[in-house]
Design a protein around this ligand. Structure first.
Ligand code: ZN
Length: 247
């Protein structure tokens, strides 16, 4: 049962923060975030965004849950193996917060559907696991003027950066073309807490973007090495040669 009282009680710890308050909570409840991928990063980001009361969450993923996913993709459970990840995630996120509207897109993210999928959301999370999708998100978000959080994960390493197209350094400012990089075969990692840390950072970026508080992780990339427990912040600038920023 939904009453304004239960909604208020659910979020009382964050509305008590002056940076959020009632007005920030209203912005969250009117806000929308699309997550491309509901694997390791999207599991964690999705749980925190649903918990925070973001009004509408979109999830794009055409994969099914496999047993080997569960050491890091924590919004899916053992009985979910074989189900579509979007179905499993939608159920879990609604259990956590039934007031959130979850829109599931059990489709592959491709150049053909990228812009129509990204178009109707306030903020986008790149929670994908391959370079092709990352460049696709960067390019389509640039064309749509849509802000997004980039993230990448490998083994014990993670990185993340937020992009406000046309204003801050973009993914292509850093990486002009897809790196010639062969993924581990068979796959190795990532260790579960790595997407946990980076997915949490992405959720916080989306919350700050919707509320309009704090400073976004723009013009800098944050890297995390879980083995050495070190974070590094690398300042980045818009690249005058960037084919997106200067197209
Ligand atoms: Zn650029």
């Amino acid at each position: 049962m939904k009453s304004s009282n239960t909604v208020e009680t659910r979020h009382v710890r964050q509305t008590a923060l002056p940076e959020i308050g009632q007005s920030g909570q209203e912005r969250l409840s009117k806000g929308s975030v699309l997550m491309v991928g509901v694997g390791g990063l999207g599991s964690v980001a999705g749980l925190y965004l649903a918990a925070a009361g973001v009004g509408r969450l979109g999830i794009v993923d055409d994969d099914q849950v496999e047993l080997s996913n569960l050491q890091r993709q924590i919004c899916h459970s053992t009985p979910d193996c074989g189900r579509l990840k979007t179905d499993s995630a939608k159920q879990r996120l609604l259990e956590l917060n039934p007031d959130v509207v979850i829109e599931a897109f059990p489709v592959r993210f491709t150049p053909t559907n990228a812009e129509s999928l990204l178009g109707e959301w306030d903020f986008v999370l790149d929670a994908t696991d391959n370079f092709e999708a990352k460049f696709l998100i960067a390019d389509a978000c640039h064309r749509l003027g849509k802000s997004y959080s980039h993230a990448g994960i490998a083994r014990f390493l993670g990185q993340t950066m937020t992009v406000v197209p046309g204003k801050t350094a973009c993914y292509r400012c850093l990486f002009d073309t897809q790196p010639d990089f062969a993924p581990d075969d068979p796959p190795k990692g990532p260790m579960g807490p790595v997407p946990g840390v980076i997915g949490s950072l992405q959720a916080m970026e989306a919350i700050k973007f919707l509320v309009g508080c704090g400073d976004l992780l723009t013009d800098r990339i944050l890297t995390y090495n879980a083995l050495t427990a070190q974070f590094r912040e690398i300042r980045v600038k818009r690249n005058p040669e960037c084919r997106l920023c200067h197209s």
